[in-house]
Design a protein around this ligand. Structure first.
Ligand code: AP5
Ligand code: ZN
Ligand code: ZN
Length: 216
């Protein structure tokens, strides 16, 4: 399966991805995680991406298309993949179509994490992440077993620099202006499935994994 997860900041893409991934053995490519890793290790890509990310704006299409093109070459991505946070503009969607066409494959489903903006601030400001794995927690909705530590490795959790109420405003603006047209783009192809992303995580998961419409 080749899946795209699309939804506003805090809608649960990163939370559901590992579950879908484990169930179907797909590779999980999250452009946000890859960009944060590049920023942390100060690579040329990270240096170019840092400012836009901190302001909650989108990084240029060329940069992210380049990362995805490279990542899709990995052997683990040949059977299927989950794209989390990409494509986020219509230009990125068109480039992805070109990349996949060259490989003779196409996108099977686009899971649209539908949720009201009003819920997102609490989700975003309470989030803690384990940077090296991308696992996310929430002080209220998904607390780690030991406060401040990752359940699997015990390593410290951190908060993302862009997870403030002020930066969230710009991220939401970018979502409505630049990313909603992407949902429209795939709707025309008839491959969008809407998920009730405001429900508790386990209920979103069961919709993901058992709703026949999504998989066939
Ligand atoms: P990115 O990392 O993709 O951030 P985002 O899209 O803003 O999404 P988030 O990671 O904030 O939300 P999520 O849906 O994964 O939520 P999560 O599951 O963690 O991008 C960051 C930046 O990188 C962008 O602003 C941009 O600058 C750049 N970038 C990335 N891709 C790009 C691209 N393609 N083009 C250009 N620029 C790009 O959940 C959030 C919290 O809620 C967690 O604490 C979680 O525990 C909790 N939670 C999850 N589900 C539930 C639930 N059902 N109920 C209650 N709580 C829940
Ligand atoms: Zn995420
Ligand atoms: Zn909108």
């Amino acid at each position: 399966k080749r899946l795209i997860l699309v939804g506003p900041p805090g809608s649960g893409k990163g939370t559901q991805s590992p579950i879908i991934k484990d169930e179907y053995c797909l590779c999980h490519l999250a452009t946000g995680d890859m960009l944060r890793a590049a920023v942390a290790s100060k690579t040329p890509l990270g240096i170019k991406a840092k400012e836009a990310m901190e302001k909650g704006e989108l990084v240029s299409d060329d940069l992210v298309v380049g990362i995805i093109d490279e990542a899709l070459k990995k052997p683990s991505c040949q059977k299927g993949f989950i794209l989390d946070g990409f494509p986020r503009t219509v230009v990125q969607a068109q480039k992805l179509d070109e990349m996949l066409e060259k490989r003779g494959v196409k996108v099977d489903k686009v899971l649209n994490f539908a949720i009201d903006d009003a819920i997102l601030e609490e989700r975003i400001t309470g989030r803690w992440i384990h940077p090296s794995s991308g696992r996310s927690y929430h002080t209220k909705f998904a607390p780690p077993k030991v406060p401040g530590a990752d359940d699997v490795t015990g390593e410290p959790l951190i908060q993302r620099k862009d997870d403030t109420a002020a930066v969230l405003k710009s991220r939401l603006e970018a979502f409505h202006k630049q990313t909603e047209p992407v949902i429209e783009y795939y709707s025309k192809k008839g491959i969008v499935a809407n998920l009730p992303a405001e429900k508790p995580p386990q209920e979103v998961t069961s919709e993901d994994l058992t709703n026949q419409d999504i998989w066939f």
